[in-house]
Design a protein around this ligand. Sequence first.
Ligand code: ATP
Length: 273
Amino acid sequence: TTAKPVDIDIESKVTFEDVAGLKEAKVEIMELVDFLKNPEEYTNLGAKIPKGILLTGPPGTGKTLLARAVAGEAQVPFFSMSGSEFVEMFVGVGASRVRDLFKQAKEKAPSIIFIDEIDAVGRSRDKAKSFQSNDERENTLNQLLSELDGFGTNTGVIVLAATNRVDILDKALLRAGRFDRHIYLELPTKIEREEIFNVHLKRIKKDDTIDVDLLASLTPGFSGADIANICNEAALLAARKKKEVVSQIDFTEARDRVVGGLERSSKIISPNE
Ligand code: ATP
């Protein structure tokens, strides 16, 4: 979510251990690690290795986290860019950034390219026109399409992209040989929320009042990002109270604050979205 236009993370330290729940998504994405590590096993049999995989699902469900974890598990360089950075760019800059991104990734292959918020560059050309013409965005999208077509399936580069608006993506992006595989990340179930709390509680100095089961029950509809936020907020609250450890009460207070924040932000969502 916080990626700069081209952000290179040669050694992603994130692994699947940092990603709670999402069991099916992990299994699907594990295949990619194998494609990157042993491409010949597939290509020798005449199989084409997928190039583009789209991670979809509501905000904060761990799309970026999962992409970083694949790079960490496969121990390959991770090149990321955020689609939203290109919207306001000067003519020619978006397209050249895309070219540069693919060039660098190919040089460092096997590697992973991650494009966050791909809908910002990849929204349907027709829909975007009726809203506001944006030639630069279109140039960037065209460059992206041509880069996707321009590299072979045995280049050792896999492109992951994330969006929570798959419905508005230009169909050209979803064609065979481009982002033709989709992995859907759902909001966590109660058990998964417990697992997410446990991942984030590891870093926190806490006492034995913590009831993870209850915290998971108190957070239906919350995303992984919301839960990470609660954990951090609880530690901040406890620090403000000059406590040595974080207790259950800090978590329930933090939850109420996060709920307040969510309610406020839902009121200011743009009518266009
Ligand atoms: P967006 O659509 O808003 O870009 P996203 O789906 O890419 O969101 P992330 O940026 O990956 O979500 O998640 C934000 C943070 O939330 C992560 O860095 C992590 O701390 C936490 N988080 C989300 N999902 C999980 C999960 N399944 N397990 C552990 N932590 C999670």
